[in-house]
Unconditional design. Structure first.
Length: 342
């Protein structure tokens, strides 16, 4: 299988097999190939959405590639959906990977199995969802890659379940935090970037997001990726996922939990305690950042020491914003392949 993957890597990226992992041994900035922002995706959609019971959820997910290939799980953020990876998935599938792209709780066709389950958006719950999905699909180990909420979830899995993680690709790097860390005030300019978090802390904000979900999401897309000229068709294709009946509740709880004004679930307390200690990530990792990311994000130098294994940071140039996999799918797919290279 490795020979097949190396062959496809050479075909797509012109990289000699066996050399792609060399850069992972050096912590620092690595400039990847420039990829111009695009107005719409080359691939219209996924062929079909599958459903499976996993933990407290019935999870909707897209799948591509050979069933017996090494697995790559791709995780979207807020307020996006699985179509962030619609151009990444075919590249990885052609390289021999089994690609799994789930709707997170509160998105698309993913639903809770019980009306009694709290509509909880805390990070430990989201990470536990993915472990449950891997168990349901009998996936022992996978490359975990994501951005925004998806990157945070991927970081948590890599840190606390390293035996389930072949490698990690995380846009904006190390995003593990805690309620205690979130209570520390930031400089005014940084607080301004989190305006929606404070808006969501109010009942007016919850009602506003419920009433104007699509308009709110489109505004976030524009602010987070100011140079990405996406068209209405591209946005509308993803906005459908925000119509999930639990989406507003999950979103509001996530941001209120970060501010310490909403409680989590007792069953996740031990996980959150471990995360509050800022655990080091030991699995092979590539972190990424777009050069035009308009969303709040840490400086790469602030988190480089949180990765103790093979590690590299890549700055993707050309006006690439927050939704890096959709804006620069070739660069994102290449990072998945390179991070997993033995």
């Amino acid at each position: 299988m490795k020979q097949i993957i190396d062959q496809h890597r050479r075909q797509f990226f012109g990289v000699a097999a066996g050399t792609v992992a060399a850069g992972l041994g050096v912590v620092g900035l690595a400039r990847a190939e420039t990829e111009a922002p695009r107005s719409s995706a080359a691939n219209a959609s996924f062929a079909a959405i599958k459903q499976i019971d996993a933990g407290v959820l019935n999870v909707g997910y897209a799948e591509a590639g050979p069933a017996d290939g090494p697995v790559a799980i791709l995780l979207h953020g807020w307020p996006y959906d699985i179509h962030a990876f619609v151009d990444v998935a075919p590249i990885l599938a052609k390289a021999g990977y089994r690609v799994i792209i789930p709707h997170l709780r509160g998105y698309g066709s993913t639903q809770f199995l019980s009306s009694e389950t709290p509509r909880n958006g805390e990070p430990a719950a989201l990470a536990s969802d993915i472990i449950a999905l891997m168990d349901a699909l009998d996936i022992k180990k996978a490359v975990i890659a994501g951005f925004d909420w998806g990157a945070r979830t991927a970081d948590i899995i890599a840190a606390l379940w390293p035996d389930r993680c072949r490698a990690l690709v995380s846009v904006s790097g190390y995003l593990i935090s805690s309620q205690a860390a979130g209570s520390a005030p930031l400089p005014p300019s940084a607080e301004l970037q989190w305006w929606y978090q404070f808006y969501f802390a109010t009942e007016r904000g919850r009602a506003g997001y419920e009433k104007h979900t699509h308009d709110f999401a489109k505004l976030i897309w524009k602010l987070a990726s100011p140079q990405w000229n996406f068209d209405d068709a591209t946005f509308n294709r993803s906005a459908v996922a925000l119509d999930n009946k639990n989406h507003v509740a999950i979103t509001i709880h996530n941001y209120r939990w970060r501010l310490g004004i909403a409680q989590g679930e007792a069953k996740y307390e031990e996980i959150e305690k471990k995360l509050a200690a800022a655990p080091v990530i030991s699995v092979p990792t590539i972190t990424m950042e777009g050069d035009a990311n308009g969303a709040p994000h840490p400086n790469p130098s602030a988190y480089a020491k949180r990765f103790s294994g093979r590690y590299e940071h890549r700055l993707i140039t050309g006006g690439i914003g927050h939704n890096l996999p959709q804006e620069a799918p070739q660069a994102f797919a290449k990072s998945v392949l390179d991070a997993d290279a033995a």
